[in-house]
Design a protein around this ligand. Structure first.
Ligand code: COA
Length: 163
């Protein structure tokens, strides 16, 4: 890829940009514009609430917002004899379609895992789409067989979640 990209941490002040990426993701999947004028305000409120326990990265290509990912930080219950211990849940990884397969995602994943290593996180967990499994494997993730999940059980149509 000849474009240059940069990755930086994002905060509540970046809510409009992140909301734009979230909207682009949803509209890409829906293959149409989604009429929801209140979305940006809800996103802004969510970001202000969440940023205390989430670390967010924004990826730009030639200065334009092109991708995002965040990690929800889970702080474990303190334990006598052990310092604080945390782990992360990787969520909302998205690179705009026109910028995919150029390495931006891998570079953002490397930033995230470097942060987790620096902060001594016990693990980083995620729920991949089938298509993204090789991508995460290249980033050092492996399938886990030691977790359990209880999906929604109301008989409502199951859909793939997107965190
Ligand atoms: C997953 C994603 C963030 C990777 O970003 P990227 O900049 O394309 O990443 P890179 O260029 O570093 O790596 C390319 C790899 O991404 C994966 N990938 C490419 N397109 C993808 C897509 N539409 N969905 C999921 N993964 C994809 C593939 O593993 C690809 O490598 P491969 O074709 O050799 O297997 C990006 O493809 C994306 O936003 N996909 C749609 C949203 C999504 O699926 N998010 C993850 C949900 S768990």
């Amino acid at each position: 890829m000849s474009d240059t990209f940069e990755i930086r941490r994002a905060g509540p002040e970046d809510a409009p940009v992140l909301a734009g990426l979230r909207r682009a993701w949803v509209e890409e999947m829906a293959r149409q514009e989604v009429d929801d004028p209140g979305f940006e305000e809800r996103f802004d409120e969510w970001m202000r609430r969440e940023h205390e326990q989430r670390v967010t990265w924004l990826g730009c290509v030639d200065g334009e917002p092109a991708g995002m990912v965040n990690m929800l930080v889970f702080t474990r219950m303190p334990k006598p004899g052990r310092g604080s211990s945390r782990w992360g849940y990787l969520a909302n990884f998205y690179v705009r379609r026109e910028h995919r397969n150029g390495g931006l995602g891998a570079a953002m994943l490397a930033e995230l895992t470097a942060h987790a290593d620096r902060e001594d996180f016990a693990r980083v967990v995620l729920s991949p789409s089938d298509r993204s499994v090789p991508f995460y494997e290249r980033g050092g993730f492996r399938a886990a067989y030691d977790l359990m999940i209880r999906p929604q059980s109301t008989g409502r149509t199951q859909r793939r979640h997107s965190d």
